[in-house]
Design a protein around this ligand. Structure first.
Ligand SMILES: NC(=O)c1ccc[n+]([C@@H]2O[C@H](COP(=O)([O-])OP(=O)(O)OC[C@H]3O[C@@H](n4cnc5c(N)ncnc54)[C@H](OP(=O)(O)O)[C@@H]3O)[C@@H](O)[C@H]2O)c1
Length: 282
């Protein structure tokens, strides 16, 4: 196969991220030649193959005719999929995973079998809850990349802004992404519950949330912090803890501690004061 003639792509893991990336690469000159999923007749496999104009294949055959193979399964399946596709990969093809939590060591077994292929990772720092939202949001998002230099070309095609993250930093990098996305959403779940308990619609908090996020990025989190912890109004914090449902107190207290930590960076010593409230349980 002449890989330089036409970039061709196969996808293993026809879910939200993989199908989004495959479609975005199709829009930039790639032809999708194969799609494999949990099984060849799974609905997701059939649907993604149809959208990509490709054949549904067995995982073991997915490398045939592909200059690049994207593995976009759940993270715990990446290593076994990589081993399963080893035999059919084209020489010099690129195998790419999308998992923020994994380094390239997940490909160790594959590389030991096939020294003639290349490996890389590309983790979009973006949430793709559906294919259409993923396609809208990928351009201008950042992406952690590692491995073969072709991944930089792929990131550019997708209009992603690449960041090289060293393997030793990978777990902390991914933790930052999880906090930025999942934990912020979980916190908004608490906002919704507390607002509802006071008869206030969740939507009423939107301008406050959006302005606070904007301020944190424009001024830095420490300068952006306002409210009772920043002012040292610990009677107010105590009143909140008393008023809250006990099931809401741990999260409130943990984040109030984090707020105190931010302010202490400016030397106010509020973390010390806040410790007095740490044992509040009534
Ligand atoms: N979605 C995001 O926002 C996002 C962002 C950045 C990176 N990522 C990364 O992208 C990867 C995929 O995540 P996702 O959110 O797209 O997950 P997803 O929507 O759940 O898709 C995973 C797909 O893999 C298939 N699959 C599961 N086990 C498989 C196996 N052993 N062999 C072949 N296919 C298998 C699933 O099949 P079924 O359809 O039959 O379940 C599903 O189609 C992960 O590494 C994730 O960390 C995701």
């Amino acid at each position: 196969m002449n890989i330089a003639a036409e970039p061709t792509l196969s996808l293993v893991g026809p879910g939200r991220a993989g199908t989004t990336i495959a479609l975005a690469l199709m829009a930039n000159g790639y032809r999708v030649v194969g799609v494999a999923g949990r099984s060849i007749d799974a609905q997701s496999t059939q649907d993604a193959a149809a959208i990509c104009g490709a054949h549904a294949r067995f995982v073991s055959d997915v490398g045939i005719g592909a200059s690049a193979v994207i593995i976009a399964t759940p993270d715990q399946a990446v290593a076994s999929v990589a081993s399963a596709i080893a035999a059919t990969l084209e020489p010099n093809s690129l195998v790419l995973h999308l998992a923020g939590s994994l380094t390239l060591s997940v490909f160790d077994n594959l590389v030991s079998q096939r020294s003639d292929i290349r490996v890389a990772s590309l983790h979009p720092l973006q949430t793709m809850p559906s294919i259409s939202e993923g396609l809208d949001r990928l351009p201008r998002s950042f992406a952690a990349i590692d491995g073969d230099p072709e991944v930089e070309t792929i990131a550019e095609l997708l209009e992603l802004r690449p960041l090289r993250v060293a393997p030793i930093d990978r777990a902390r990098y991914h933790a930052s992404a999880v906090v930025a996305s999942n934990h912020v959403v979980a916190l908004l779940g608490q906002v919704e519950r507390l607002a509802a308990s006071a008869g206030v619609p969740f939507e009423a908090l939107r301008p406050l949330v959006e302005a606070s996020v904007e301020n944190a990025f424009s001024m830095g989190p420490s300068a952006a912090l306002t409210g009772p912890v920043a002012r040292g109004d610990f009677k107010t914090v105590e009143a909140h803890l008393r008023a809250l449902d006990p099931g809401e107190r741990d999260a409130y207290r943990s984040l109030a501690r984090e707020a105190a930590r931010l302010v202490e960076r400016r030397g106010d010593g509020l973390e010390r004061l806040f410790k007095d409230l740490g044992n509040f349980d009534g």
